[in-house]
Design a protein around this ligand. Structure first.
Ligand SMILES: [Zn+2]
Length: 659
């Protein structure tokens, strides 16, 4: 007789081990933090003397579920912004809010809240990726959960680092201090190829190899990511990261939605694990990962919830069922991904994908005691058939709910007994989370009121409190106007020729001004486009009553290079109306009477407004603006153009009247 601390008897045991052994009248013996034995109840009772014996009441006893990819502190951002495209969601909402609010305190609270939710749904181990990861690790250990905690490294400043070197140093320090912890495996997370440089991919991989810890990342999540990679690097995502040495590390790659068979083989060869995120991929319309083929090739594919801001919950029961249904629906084959395989992905394969298969993921002697009890007696799971030996898998996967989990043990310790959480105070956590939500609500409501603050929130906007004078007059033909410019009194400093495509966003409150998205296609002598530039400008409302007839004065111009697409800005700023203007522009930088002006000779083709001459200058004071306005009028007269024709004000009215 061997001594053990605990004997769990009268259970239907699904071991999820290599041979998928199961015991309908089973028992598990636990010593310390580990599983000592698993088998039939009669065998274990005969072989072990337990300090404590618990009758499981016929419930299913199985390994705890493995959430192979998530961002746990984002529980605090759950429901913040939904039904948006990935870029608008990430760059327009998540990242600005994270820059403002994410702190060690935020991360700690979000992690504890997530742990409470995950324990309730039978998750015992998860793979995280976030900022201030040491605080995630501390909260995880406090909750008594097992976690692969990966410190994010990005090419832009993050809430916890000004540069990638700083986050890399943080990751090194964190890994050094936490390696060997009984619950937490520290790790590093280069966020994704498109948010990292080649240098970051190399450095993070080297760090993971140096300390022999896993590396957590996002790969091939969207078609756009793959298309951009092919365009910029001439290859898809997996060969690219391989070239950067990323696959030298023990990689856990989330998503892998758009990879081909060759890429799957590369991942398999590199022993990389994959985390499949069905809800997130569906919600963000990223596509359906070819997991059936990955499994056939022998890849370790786990299942993850992804962050609670893109799911929006941490319910692995839902995720497992969805994974099975999605594989069937997408292949037109109902035999694809049977319940048993889906559950295997959520347990042992998930742990293997996280490179933690030696610790957890199945009920086997020597592995840590990470297990759950699932009640299959409720109404939604009645009655029970026994003729099919695999019936229990179907019960858990197709009809089981996270609320059927009654007890959870991690590392030999109960963290939930009879649906009571033992390590966390969920009511307190929910109150604290609501306090954060109230603060974030205030921030967003305030931000959404102003186009300028929305522009600043997405970064890159430079505030230029300036005056712009703009004199616009109609001309008969461009040729004679261009000729008039070549006079000795006008010194031409620079000239350019381009086609300009402007989209003006018009807002409900006209005091917001209007936002212009401008694409300039630079044209050379051969009439070919040789360069394209996009810019975003917030223009103040013009002062119409400016004394000089032809001149328009604008204040407060805000300017930013347009790093996103027009579609992004449209979805982010939600204008009530848009106007498009297309023109052929010849632009001159000239000096007239010691003052520099831009002279634009425009042929406006859409809408067909005709030809215009524009004299422009930017200045920092109103006094100087007055001086320049007078000089601009003089310059127009000097060019022999009548200012009594269409003026700037008329022009604005003309543009406004086009619907
Ligand atoms: Zn993710």
């Amino acid at each position: 007789m061997e001594n053990v601390d605990l004997l769990l008897k009268n259970a239907y045991v699904l071991t999820m081990d290599q041979d998928l052994r199961k015991y309908s009248e089973g028992a598990v013996a636990i010593r310390g933090e580990s599983i000592a034995a698993v088998g039939s109840e009669s065998e274990l009772i005969a072989g072990y003397t337990a300090a404590q014996t618990i009758d499981c009441g016929g419930k299913i006893l199985m390994p705890g579920l493995i959430n192979a990819h998530t961002h746990v502190p984002m529980t605090l951002l759950r429901g913040l912004a939904d039904d948006l495209r990935l870029d608008v969601w990430l760059m327009g909402y998540m990242m600005p809010v994270e820059r403002e609010f994410v702190s060690p305190d935020f991360v700690r609270l979000g992690t504890l809240l997530a742990c409470a939710e995950m324990i309730r749904s039978g998750i015992t181990c998860f793979a995280d990726m976030y900022y201030f990861e040491e605080d995630v690790a501390k909260a995880t250990a406090e909750a008594g959960m097992r976690g692969l905690c990966a410190q994010t490294v990005l090419k832009f400043p993050t809430p916890d680092a000004q540069s990638f070197e700083e986050s890399l140093a943080y990751a090194r320090d964190f890994i050094q201090r936490w390696k060997g912890h009984p619950l937490v495996v520290p790790s590093v997370a280069p966020h994704a190829p498109y948010t990292c440089t080649e240098e970051i991919l190399r450095a993070t991989s080297q760090l993971a190899v140096e300390f022999d810890v896993p590396l957590h990342t996002h790969l091939s999540e969207t078609v756009l990511e793959v298309e951009n990679m092919r365009r910029d690097q001439g290859m898809p995502v997996i060969p690219y990261v391989k070239k950067q040495g990323l696959l030298d590390a023990k990689v856990l790659a989330a998503h892998c939605v758009h990879i081909d068979e060759g890429e799957m083989r590369t991942l398999k060869h590199a022993r990389a694990g994959v985390a499949h995120n069905p809800s997130s991929n569906l919600k963000l319309a990223s596509g359906i990962a070819p997991i059936k083929r990955m499994l056939e090739l022998g890849l370790n594919v786990g299942i993850g919830t992804d962050g609670p801001a893109s799911n929006n919950d941490l319910d692995m029961f839902e995720e497992v069922r969805l994974a099975a249904f999605l594989a069937k629906g997408a292949s037109g084959d109902p035999t694809a991904l049977p319940a048993q395989t889906a559950l295997l992905m959520a347990t042992r394969l998930g742990a293997q994908a996280m490179h933690m298969g030696h610790l957890t993921g199945s009920i086997e002697p020597g592995k840590r005691a990470d297990l759950i009890l699932v009640d299959t007696s409720p109404l939604h799971n009645s009655p029970r058939f026994r003729h099919d030996p695999n019936g229990a898998y179907a019960q858990v996967v197709y009809a089981g709910k996270s609320t059927d989990v009654s007890d959870v043990m991690i590392n030999g310790k109960w963290v939930m007994r009879a649906r009571q959480l033992l390590t966390l105070q969920e009511t307190e956590l929910m109150t604290a989370a609501q306090d954060y939500a109230t603060k974030i609500d205030y921030f967003l409501i305030h931000r959404e009121q102003s186009v300028l603050s929305k522009l600043i929130a997405i970064g890159g906007a430079m505030e230029q409190e300036s005056f712009e004078i703009q004199a616009k007059v109609r001309i008969e033909d461009t040729h004679s106007t261009l000729e008039a410019l070549y006079r000795p009194e006008i010194e031409i400093l620079r000239k350019r020729h381009y086609r300009e495509y402007d989209t003006y966003f018009i807002f409900e409150n006209s005091e917001q001004g209007y936002l212009r998205y401008r694409e300039d296609d630079f044209i050379n002598e051969k009439n070919e486009v040789y360069n394209v530039r996009s810019r975003l400008t917030l223009l103040g409302t013009p002062e119409f009553n400016y004394p000089l007839q032809a001149v328009l004065l604008s204040r407060s111009r805000y300017f930013a290079p347009a790093i996103h697409s027009l579609r992004f800005y449209r979805e982010y700023f939600k204008p009530i109306e848009e106007r498009e203007i297309e023109k052929e522009r010849r632009r001159f930088l000239v000096r007239y009477k010691g003052t520099e002006f831009f002279i634009n000779v425009d042929d406006i083709q859409k809408p067909p407004l005709g030809k215009f001459l524009e004299v422009k200058s930017t200045t920092w004071s109103r006094q100087d603006a007055n001086h320049k306005a007078a000089l601009a009028n003089e310059l127009i007269a000097f060019l022999g153009i009548s200012t009594s024709g269409t003026t700037s004000n008329d022009y604005i009215e003309m543009v406004k009247s086009i619907s």
